[in-house]
Design a protein around this ligand. Structure first.
Ligand code: IMP
Ligand code: MG
Length: 178
């Protein structure tokens, strides 16, 4: 198992770059099948989803519109679901079939709040695509329409996910060594 030092912690490889490629390609096939002949608007949640979105969207095969949004969630103080807009969304989602691309749904608080904000702009539909989820800690009835992989409740980095700003560029996913 390959090891990786990220900032001040040791991590071990958990999902290889090859497997990540398969996960993204399967997700892309599923979503494409359901949205054939439609004109969705993709909403990429920064920062974490940038790697996933870059791979996913290049597999789409035809021209689509992509919007980036960034909200800051109050972490540290036990994820309350309160979020502040940094790059907000607006009227552009009105009447559209919105597909959200997210890296990971943990407690689900951030996504719940984000969905509430998106729905305020009256999209025609909203679908959620998440690369990962941690079902053990999900504390609400959030429905992930397309899910890459369920993970145990352990801290991971790589493929867009960070540890204190570090490690987003790693092509594989690493789990913290306990
Ligand atoms: P939630 O509101 O608890 O669902 O938090 C979701 C956010 O927490 C994600 O968008 C990530 O930014 C971050 N997060 C959750 N789990 C991990 C992890 O294992 N590694 C890195 N970031 C994580
Ligand atoms: Mg995120």
């Amino acid at each position: 198992m390959s090891k990786m030092r990220v900032k001040d912690r040791d991590f071990v490889e958990f999902i290889s770059a090859e497997e990540m490629k398969k996960v993204v390609s399967r997700l892309s096939d599923e979503v494409k099948r359901d949205f054939q002949g439609r004109n969705p608007l993709f909403l990429v949640i920064l920062n974490g989803a940038f790697v996933f979105a870059a791979d996913f969207l290049r597999l789409w095969g035809s021209s689509v519109e992509v919007q980036f949004i960034r909200y800051k969630s109050y972490e540290g103080m036990c994820s309350s679901g309160k979020i502040t807009p940094i790059m907000p969304i607006g009227e552009e989602v009105a009447g559209r079939d919105v597909i959200i691309l997210e890296d990971i749904v943990d407690t689900g608080n951030t996504m719940c709040e984000l969905l509430r904000v998106v729905n305020e702009y009256h999209p025609n539909s909203v679908s959620l695509v998440s690369l990962f989820s941690k079902p053990e800690v999900l504390n609400n009835k959030l429905k992930i329409d397309y899910l890459g992989k369920e993970l145990p409740n352990k801290f991971i980095v790589g493929f867009g996910l960070d540890y204190d700003g570090h490690g987003r560029n790693l092509p594989a996913v690493y789990v913290v060594e306990d």
